[in-house]
Design a protein around this ligand. Structure first.
Ligand code: UDP
Length: 308
């Protein structure tokens, strides 16, 4: 698995080990962290390798290749634009070549960002997106769109057995408190009593999927025979302002909510149509957002105490 020491990757490593699978976890630790997988290091079936899949191919005797290495928060991919494009391009090619040589199944972690600022709502897999190829989000959106195209090309021209997951805003423990994304930022601000910074009016929406549900969806996809893209996300859509209020309430915080400048090219609405996942994977999210946020807040509280 590439990017296995990231937020989502570390949870996926854990789930694979729990299902009896040995895991070789590659990470260049650009935005991932060794600490995320520290508890797994004692397991003889787990190996962490410091490796940049965009720089160099990798060989190992595996029957599943999962490619999720990439900066994923807008702040991180803006700080590392070329690395982000290379993770989606050269990184995906190297990961696909490994799957091809080993006859292994291949799972690409793609994103709802392939839909850009969507003009269709909610977004089904058939929607082709509204992306500015040179906009502020382009390095991530276009890298993942290219990664999907390359994955489909290896499927069609080289017979690689591929899976493509389009992930919508996952959240949970082990998000980096400083990654700039909505959930870790609001939770950190609420716990410290700092102002909660809502971008623009806060009317823009996101649909938050608890990481355990995301990982269950990924396992179901790997186990399925479905070779086209599938949305993995929670269809409960909420405005950013509503989410700020909810996090403040659940954290028992008295932080004021303040409005800051809107992010450039910020998608106005995002919500997955998950009817395909329900039909072909028999999967849907189960964790209500209040429960998931409570677990996330508990984890962040311990994390911030530890750091202090
Ligand atoms: N956002 C916000 N305040 C913050 C961080 C994010 O209002 O401190 C907003 C952001 O403008 C966007 C939404 O929250 O509308 C989700 O942003 P995030 O960075 O979590 O991920 P995205 O879905 O945009 O990739």
């Amino acid at each position: 698995m590439t990017g296995g020491a990231g937020f989502l990757g570390s949870h996926f490593c854990e789930a694979l080990l729990a299902s009896g699978t040995s895991v070789v976890c590659l990470d260049n630790l650009l935005t991932g962290a060794r600490r995320n997988v520290e508890p797994l290091l004692g397991d003889p079936r787990f190996e962490l390798v410091h490796h940049d899949i965009a720089e160099e191919p990798f060989t190992a005797d595996v029957d599943l290749v999962v490619h999720m290495a990439s900066p994923a928060s807008p702040e991180h991919y803006r700080r590392h634009p070329v690395e982000t494009l290379r993770a989606g391009s050269d990184g995906t090619r190297h990961a696909l070549r490994l799957a091809e040589h080993r006859g292994a199944r291949f799972l690409l972690l793609s994103t709802s960002e392939v839909y850009g600022d969507p003009l269709r709502h909610p977004q089904p897999e058939s929607y082709r997106g509204n992306v500015d190829p040179v906009g502020p989000r382009a390095v991530y959106d276009e890298a993942k769109r290219y990664a999907e195209a390359l994955t489909a090309a290896f499927r069609d021209s080289r017979g690689v057995d591929v899976r493509i997951a389009r992930m919508f805003n996952s959240y949970g423990p082990r998000m980096r408190p400083d990654d700039g994304r909505m959930v870790p930022t609001f939770v950190r601000q609420a716990l410290r009593g700092d102002p909660i910074t809502v971008a623009g009016t806060g009317e823009q929406t996101r649909s938050l999927c608890y990481v355990d549900d995301s990982v269950r969806g990924l396992l179901a996809l790997v186990g399925s025979g479905w070779q086209d893209p599938v949305n993995i996300g929670d269809p409960h859509e909420a405005s950013v302002l509503r989410t700020a209020q909810l996090i403040r309430d659940l954290a028992g915080s008295r932080s004021p909510i303040v409005h800051v400048a809107a992010a450039a090219d910020d998608p106005r609405r995002r919500c997955p149509d998950i009817s395909l996942a329900e039909r072909v994977l028999g999967w849907q999210p189960e964790v209500p957002v209040e429960d998931g946020l409570r677990r996330t807040i508990t984890w962040f509280r311990e994390e911030l105490d530890r750091a202090a």
